[in-house]
Design a protein. Structure first.
Length: 93
């Protein structure tokens, strides 16, 4: 693929994500924050199988770990994990 083959492919920046799941798959909605009292603007919606969602999450984790080894730990605001209802299990590795 040459550089001109990507002209029609959108190149987006996102700072918002929303997940919807059901027994048949995952829907990931990427967006861009507007303002404090406004919902994010939806930029793209991606649908995938549960199998692909799992592979994607593992590949994302691997790439974040490699980034942090090369460049340094990514610092997140205090309380963010609790706000999102998640645990930073990568910090234990």
């Amino acid at each position: 693929m040459g550089p001109n083959d990507y002209e029609d492919i959108p190149d987006l920046y996102t700072d918002s994500v929303n997940f919807t799941t059901n027994v048949y798959g995952f829907t990931v909605e990427f967006g861009l924050m507007q303002g404090q009292d406004q919902p994010p603007q939806t930029l793209a919606v991606m649908r995938m199988s549960p199998q692909f969602a799992k592979i994607m999450s593992l590949l994302m984790r691997k790439n974040v770990q490699e980034y942090e080894k090369r460049i340094g730990t990514i610092i997140l605001p205090e309380g963010l994990y609790q706000d999102l209802g998640i645990v930073d299990d990568m910090a234990e590795e």
